[in-house]
Ligand binder design. Structure first.
Ligand SMILES: Cc1ncc(COP(=O)(O)O)c(C=O)c1O
Length: 402
């Protein structure tokens, strides 16, 4: 939909949103009418350099041609069927993901939080059926983020974050340990524990990569105690970290893995993958979703994943991430630049985040903010050195105004 066709100005659009929508987002002050590659465009054709990628979603670029073609192609054949008939996009995508990652089975959902709900439910059911009714406890990490529905929110170890304030009580059956502290997790294990659930890089929690000792240690701890290792790769998955999945950097494999965001190229789809044995916890009627595995989303996802893999966008994420990180470390007022691939956090030495974000926006660079001092960069993975140089120039100018 274009503003001109509807006789609307940008002011009209903003006014309608403020009047009718329940607002939980701090918006960039422009109307996005089109998006292509590394740029978003307003109704006047002004271009905004995209360093947030729809929050780590548009991995193969905004409106990637292959994804657009796949959606157009499928949308005219079947938009929605529910999961009663078989459909080709579901089948081909299942094969692609399972064979690429080396898992036996996949279950489709629609969003990151729902994939995590499925992961939590599967682990609990597996635990109580195999070991007894109390074997459903899950240890997660403080500072982690797993989503905003009650299971995932309860797994989110951030009691003082706005996402939890006013929504308590959380679900029972979760305990929280220190991220990157193996002893802290070990201490929390009880006879009722069935699983440990973490992100390989804490994204919303401030862009904190797991240390190799920690993640490998968790795998070992799970093996010793008969626990499941659940990895949430909703944000890190599908090439963002410089590997297809971030866990691959650590030489370990989870028992259940959740994914979303980049897998759909902008269409709402998510999934969990696991082994034949664990997958048996879900049987007819035990779990379900109206839209999960929607054929248009599956067709888009297949095109997106093919793009990410065929163009080695994990390799590009690693290369460009390294290039950009080296430059960012020279910025004034920067305490630390951390992350992996193209999930980068710039931590300032004071609460300058909002100021930097606004100064970037004034120069048409879109970045995201975590807390009041971390700027997070999660651009499409197709970016070039030229894009990095341009973004760096704007960030430098913004940091120099502090
Ligand atoms: C690691 C992680 N898990 C889960 C979620 C929730 O995903 P969604 O917003 O699609 O529900 C997010 C969202 O940022 C995330 O970063």
């Amino acid at each position: 939909m274009r503003l001109k066709e509807y006789g609307k100005s940008a002011q009209d659009v903003k006014a309608l949103v403020h009047k009718y929508m329940i607002e939980t987002y701090e918006r960039y002050d422009f109307v996005c009418e089109r998006a292509k590659g590394m740029y978003l465009y307003d109704e006047k054709g002004n271009a905004y350099l995209d360093f947030y990628g729809g929050i780590a979603v548009n991995g193969a670029g905004n409106c990637n041609e292959k994804v657009v073609a796949a959606v157009r192609d499928q949308v005219g054949d079947v938009i929605h069927t529910f999961n009663y008939p078989y459909t080709l996009p579901q089948a081909l995508l299942a094969e692609k993901i399972c064979t690429t990652l080396g898992f036996d089975k996949i279950y489709y959902q629609n969003s990151g939080t729902e994939a995590n709900e499925a992961m939590i439910k599967m682990a609990r059911k597996y635990g109580v059926e195999k070991y007894g009714p109390n074997k459903y406890h899950i240890i997660t990490a403080k500072g982690g983020f797993h989503g905003r529905t009650y299971g995932s929110l309860s797994a989110t170890g951030q009691p003082d974050n706005a996402c939890q304030i006013g929504f308590k009580p959380m679900l029972p059956g979760f305990s929280y340990a220190e991220y990157n502290n193996l002893d802290s997790f070990r201490e929390q294990v009880t006879e009722n524990t069935i699983a440990i659930m973490v992100e390989p890089i804490q994204g919303e929690g401030g862009v904190i990569p797991a240390t190799p000792e920690f993640l490998r240690g968790l795998r070992k701890l799970c093996d010793e105690k008969g626990l499941l290792l659940l990895l949430d790769e909703v944000q890190t998955g599908w090439c963002r970290s410089g590997r297809i999945m971030a866990y691959m950097d650590y030489g370990i494999k989870p028992d259940i893995l959740s994914m979303a965001k980049a897998m759909g190229g902008g269409m709402p789809i998510s999934a969990i993958v696991t082994s034949d044995e664990i997958a048996k916890a879900f049987s007819f009627g035990s779990h379900g979703t109206t839209y999960g595995g929607n054929p248009v989303c599956c067709a888009a996802s297949l095109a997106q994943i093919n793009e990410l893999l065929d163009r080695d966008l994990a390799g590009n994420a690693k290369k460009m991430g390294g290039y950009l990180t080296r430059k960012l470390r020279t910025l004034p007022h920067v305490k630390e630049v951390r992350g992996k691939g193209l999930l980068i956090g710039i931590e300032y030495d004071g609460p300058f985040g909002l100021q930097v974000k606004h100064a970037c926006f004034d120069n048409r660079l879109l970045v995201t903010l975590i807390g009041d001092r971390i700027i997070r960069l999660i651009p499409p993975l197709i970016l070039t050195e030229k894009d990095c140089d341009k973004a760096f120039g704007i960030l430098k100018k913004a940091s120099e105004t502090i």
